[in-house]
Design a protein around this ligand. Sequence first.
Ligand code: ADP
Ligand code: MG
Length: 319
Amino acid sequence: MIKVKNLTKTYVRNKALDNISFSLNEGDILGFLGPNGAGKSTTMNIITGYLSADSGTIEIDGTDIIENPTLAKKKIGYLPEIPPLYNDMTVQGYLEFMFKLKKVKLPMKEHIATICDMVKITDVKGRIIKYLSKGYRQRVGLAQALLGEPPVLILDEPTVGLDPQQIIEIRKLIRELGKKHTVILSSHLLSEVQAVCDKIIIINNGKIVTSGNTDELTATGKATARMQLVIEGRMQSVYSVLERIDGVTRVDEHGECEKGCYEYFIESSRDVRRLVFRAFAKTDYNILSMKPVSVSLEDTYLDIISGKTEGVNNNVSDI
Ligand code: ADP
Ligand code: MG
């Protein structure tokens, strides 16, 4: 349904996108996850044809956005970061105006009524947009994106600025829309893409860092077992006992936490709890605590946000 190949974009001296490639099948909900400035909006603006790329190609349902922009744009409903609302219009007036602007060929009143029901704004149809709450304004933005029944929906940070209740409602609505549309949604919140999307692309510094199915990515972290240990005894000696345990791939010492006791983090290719216990039973050192810590997608994302992980260009062509 969507094929993005080798997108590159430079703003003056700033390389915002560096060789981004991915593809999506019909009905997928893709979460585009990354910290501020990662390149999410730039990518979305290029996919929707509002911004041109320096190089790369985009196909929407078989239509090239550069060769046939009018047809490609008809296949996309776009909710930009700041929804393009006309504050002095009523909701109904605005949707009729956008309907005509988009040259939609459906029965107008009926089509708008259906969309308003879907995004639950029927009761505010006669209200002036500027007096609506942020949650309702976001729904009106969504309604605008749905005009003309486009198969693809692109939503740039659709829950930013909403209160928790509104966030829950918009996420539910997006999941609902995902049943009939191919959706790309951007967010800087991992929990959001995990809750809503079945595929995730993590982007940082204009490059794809990780991509895959949400379930797989969430499970990947668990392939490496990680444990936090507090052990009483001389640090160097304890360290070398830990290092020698079969299956342990990494030992990090995190300092003295109580007198004579040190905290360690170990990584292993499998569950080594019993081996650790037995190894220390043979020594004079005492294990005071042993706690498995999961390496989640969250840890990966936190490393990205804190700058520990740079963007890597793995040029993913299919996820
Ligand atoms: P995101 O949506 O992930 O926060 P953006 O796509 O908005 O990221 O921005 C990506 C990078 O491009 C950032 O470094 C940002 O400062 C830069 N950028 C975005 N828009 C412009 C612009 N119009 N002119 C110059 N630089 C820009
Ligand atoms: Mg943005």
